[in-house]
Ligand binder design. Structure first.
Ligand code: NAD
Length: 487
């Protein structure tokens, strides 16, 4: 504990940056507020371009030794980080819930175990990367997965530690060093991770955390000539700024962005399953990039679907995310609540009807909302709300279903509910989406590629695709001749 240490839900959190293995303060701070009750949790270091540059310098200095560390040793340290996450799982869960308002039970049972799994999975996967050599006219082609260098990782607030570690783990396993910039609305667990990584034996400078506003330090990170990779998860407008900032040095980018994903319910579907999957889209108060916010239902079952949906959604418990019984917690920030309300108001003014919800519950939460009578080209159908707001449209046949489903600028995910396997194959083949779920949602193997098409992103991460991004692949072609030993 130092004079700087905050106590959040009984857990000590250092609000300063973590640069080169040391805590570093900034002259300024910003106030971190809990979405649960609007209470100030503490003052967080407000990074400037100077701290951003110091973090990149630390990552650059630490790179040669970490890159030269045998993969198996790097993997051992990543497993030790996973051990540390598991040991402090309860603390991480309560701090994350206090900081971003997502359900404590999800953090305990789903999110934090997945954080540990991110480290274990990518540690193990890095050991499988060697391919067999190829041979061409007696020449050997040997492919090596060289670490690229310092990586800048920038993450959003809706799943802070999960999304950060989904990038940190493969970047480190590949032999890179990292500068993480967590979102200013949820900065705390990144700081705890820095402690855990240091305790696990990760050398100084291999992982650095810089706190602050993206608008103030983002450019210093993304335009830095020593940065070799930028992986960003967040909104489309920020992605455009980052791409422009990275352009002068042609720094490779991975962009995981927003979505407006469809959930298609065909008349041959198990309707109860369809309703369960539809109601699941209110998880995390709708603040999920993958959420299937556009429900498209075949006309003949639309009335029955709506009836069952309203009954099921009506049973959701909205309230304090720390309570076991709560299904929907608060929205991250009053500004986000205003944004959600603005979308719904404009939709209603344009003719939409709120079947359920359509209003704030209090100054922190928005009621789960279902809007019908929405036009395909309307804002509410085309733009990401990032709140508990779903639209419902009907379709007459498969062609119309596909046309509506595919008609946005996004391409992150799609969910189909159908009892007909051939239909599932046909429709899947016609949709533009990084992930398609058939009769399920959210389940995913970390070995599989993840990302979005169109404005939902650039590139894929996951399994070998993560290492494709975080490595400089090198093919060494060796001739059978020219050796002194004539061998
Ligand atoms: P955001 O774009 O406002 O911010 C994301 C991060 O970018 C934050 O850390 C922020 O500080 C930083 N940032 C802001 N300006 C910057 C700049 N000029 N340079 C560098 N960094 C800058 O997004 P958000 O509101 O935090 O997150 C919500 C968005 O994230 C939604 O659009 C959601 O769909 C998307 N998201 C996508 C995925 C995915 O995997 N595809 C996952 C979660 C969230």
């Amino acid at each position: 504990m130092t004079e700087h240490t905050l106590t959040v839900a009984g857990v000590a959190v250092d609000p300063r940056h973590w640069i080169g293995g040391e805590r570093v303060a900034s002259a300024g701070t910003f106030t971190d507020v809990s979405p649960i009750d609007g209470r100030a949790l503490g003052e967080i270091a407000r990074g400037t371009p100077a701290e951003a540059a110091a973090a990149v310098a630390a990552a650059k200095a630490a790179f040669p030794a970490w890159a030269a560390t045998p993969r198996a040793e790097r993997a051992r340290i990543l497993h030790a980080i996973a051990d540390g996450v598991e040991k402090r799982l309860e603390e991480l869960a309560i701090v994350e819930t206090t900081d971003n308002g997502a359900l404590l039970r999800s953090h305990r049972r789903g999110v934090m175990p997945r954080v540990a799994h991110n480290f274990r999975f990518f540690a193990d996967w890095s050991l499988t990367l060697d391919h067999e050599d190829f041979e061409t006219r007696g020449h050997t082609n040997h492919v090596s997965w060289d670490p690229a260098g310092p990586c800048v990782l920038i993450t959003p607030w809706n799943a802070p530690l999960m999304l950060a570690t989904w990038k940190i783990a493969p970047a480190l396993a590949a032999g890179n060093t990292v500068v993480l910039k967590p979102a200013e609305w949820s900065p705390l667990t990144a700081s705890l991770l820095a402690d855990i990584a240091a305790e696990a034996g990760l050398p100084a400078g291999v992982l650095n955390v810089v706190q602050g506003y993206g608008s103030e330090i983002g450019d210093a990170l993304t335009s830095h000539p020593d940065v070799r990779r930028i992986s960003f998860t967040g909104s489309v407008p920020t992605a455009r700024r980052i791409a422009a900032s990275a352009a002068p040095h042609l720094t490779p980018l991975s962009l995981e962005l927003g979505g407006k994903s469809p959930l298609l319910v065909f008349a041959d579907a198990d309707l109860d399953l369809a309703v369960d999957l539809a109601v699941e889209q209110y998880d995390n108060a709708g603040q999920v990039c993958l959420a299937a916010t556009r429900i498209l239902v075949e006309e003949t079952v639309a009335e029955e679907f709506t009836r069952r949906f309203v009954a099921k959604a009506g049973a959701l418990v909205q309230g304090d995310p720390r309570e076991e019984a709560t299904d929907i917690g608060p929205t991250i920030h009053p500004r986000q609540l205003d944004r959600i309300d603005g979308f719904v108001r404009r939709a209603v003014e344009a003719g939409a009807r709120a079947v359920i919800g359509g209003h704030r519950v209090d100054e922190r939460s928005y009621a789960p909302t279902l809007l019908t009578e929405v036009a395909q080209d309307s804002e509410i159908v085309q733009e990401e709300v990032f709140g508990p707001v779903l639209t419902l449209q009907t379709f007459a046949d498969e062609d119309e279903a596909v046309r509506l489903a595919d008609d946005t600028r996004f391409g992150l995910a799609a969910t189909l509910v159908t009892g007909d396997r051939e239909r599932a194959d046909r429709v899947t083949g016609r949709l533009t989406a990084g992930t398609v779920w058939v009769n399920c949602f959210f389940v995913r193997d970390l070995k599989a590629p993840f990302g979005g098409s169109r404005h939902s992103g650039v590139g894929r991460e996951g399994g070998t695709w993560s290492f494709d991004f975080y490595c400089d692949l090198k093919n060494t072609v060796t001739a059978p001749k020219g050796w002194n030993d004539h061998g």
